[in-house]
Ligand binder design. Structure first.
Ligand code: EPS
Length: 375
């Protein structure tokens, strides 16, 4: 099965990710992975660390002459800011961070041992793994795109249905948002937060085009794709809410207003929908429509104007610890969301059409496409 594990601390030597179950015969170009790593580093609102790093991947295993050979693929990203052993102890836990629950859980008195791994720096490794699967999915015309929907309550109103246009608009924006007007308001809001020593969260949206019907399964709870996507998105640092399709708004309407009516398209020989409120998933199975998910990120817990906390050594009231951080990492998290969603879709794709080589996967997929055409 397609899978991955990450390792590495924020200020350790490097981050690594090992991807297993990736088929043989896929051409890998480090530059394709690096483009996503660069995008993850960017977005208006990032802090000082991103001036130090220039994340680049090194493919340590799993390829020969740039072609995958079916063995585990190990990707490494070096940390230029490698200083984990000389960093001071952290004893004033930040509300909202892993600091306090982490030290209680591990029975230690230095939150540095927790925050180094809890840090969103780990997402660089997840983006590298996601970029690999985007290369795989592209072979089957599946395209996953993430962008920013809102920051600090400033909403992007624009809806774009064409993947190329989404790609172009998003990549032009400093906050990876599709709406030019909202972009400037979001930037103003981030500036205000920075000035006031505060931080901001927001909402990202991820859309997957070209996903065939039939990924995921109703047959077992942990095979449902909506559950899988929600779990993967919720596992990203800072994410506190996930929606698929209409999400929470489903709860406010009549059934007749929200379910996506079915038609049959003679030309294409396939079923279609008038609307896509389900976000491309019904009963945990893709239905052939665009897969749509949204995730809400809380404001980063490291505040330059710190909240009240307690020193874990003295037990006396203190301000929470401050350290260099981002004011807003919502644009970056849109890249992470895109990556984890690509990975999970690829995992389900490989589960259904899997093979040892890309040729075998292609044959299996084409066989399935032929099968669903005659239903
Ligand atoms: C991050 C690296 C970190 C933070 C941020 C994300 O770098 P540093 O801790 O050296 O400033 O900028 O991490 C957090 C928000 C967090 O809570 O730890 C990165 O590479 O994305």
């Amino acid at each position: 099965m397609l899978n991955f594990t990450t390792a590495g601390e924020s200020h350790g030597k490097c981050l690594v990710v090992i991807v297993t179950g990736f088929p043989a015969g896929v051409h890998l170009d480090e530059s394709d992975i690096n483009a996503d790593l660069k995008r993850r580093q960017g977005g208006y609102g990032r802090g000082g660390r991103m001036q130090i790093e220039s994340d680049k991947v090194c493919i340590l295993s799993g390829t020969r002459k740039n072609i995958t050979i079916g063995s585990p693929i190990c990707l490494q990203i070096e940390n230029k800011d490698y200083k984990i052993d000389i960093l001071p102890d952290v004893t004033r836990p930040r509300p909202g961070h892993a600091d306090l629950p982490g030290i209680i859980k591990f029975g230690n008195r230095d939150a540095r041992n927790i925050l180094e791994r809890a840090s969103a720096r780990e997402t660089a490794a997840r983006v590298a793994a996601g970029a690999l699967t985007k290369i795989l999915l592209a072979k089957f015309d599946i395209n996953v795109l993430g962008y920013v929907k809102s920051i600090g309550g400033v909403n992007s109103k624009k809806t774009i249905k064409n993947p190329d246009e989404i790609f172009r608009n998003r990549n032009k924006s400093k906050v990876y948002c599709l709406d030019k007007l909202a972009e400037s308001k979001m930037i103003e809001k981030i500036k205000k937060a920075r000035k006031e020593g505060d931080s901001l969260g927001g909402v990202i949206e991820i859309v997957a085009f070209g996903v065939p019907p039939g990924l995921g399964s109703h047959a077992q709870w942990n095979l449902r794709l909506d559950g899988i996507l929600a779990g993967a998105l919720m596992s990203i640092q800072g994410i506190k809410g996930v929606e698929i399709g209409l999400g929470f708004d489903f709860s406010k309407k009549f059934g007749s207003q929200v379910h996506d009516e079915i038609f049959y398209c003679e030309d294409k020989g396939s079923f279609g929908r008038v609307t896509n409120n389900a976000g491309g998933i019904e009963g945990g199975i893709t239905n052939g429509e665009v897969v749509i998910a949204r995730a809400a990120m809380k404001p980063i817990p490291t505040l330059m104007k710190p909240l009240r906390s307690v020193d874990i050594i003295t037990k006396k009231p203190e301000s929470a610890s401050t350290e260099r951080s981002d004011v807003c990492a919502v644009p970056a998290v849109s890249v992470v969301g895109e990556s984890v969603m690509a990975f999970e879709i690829a995992r389900c794709f490989m589960e259904k059409f899997g093979g040892d080589s890309i040729g075998e996967v292609t044959r299996n997929y084409e066989g399935y496409l032929g099968q669903i055409r005659v239903i």
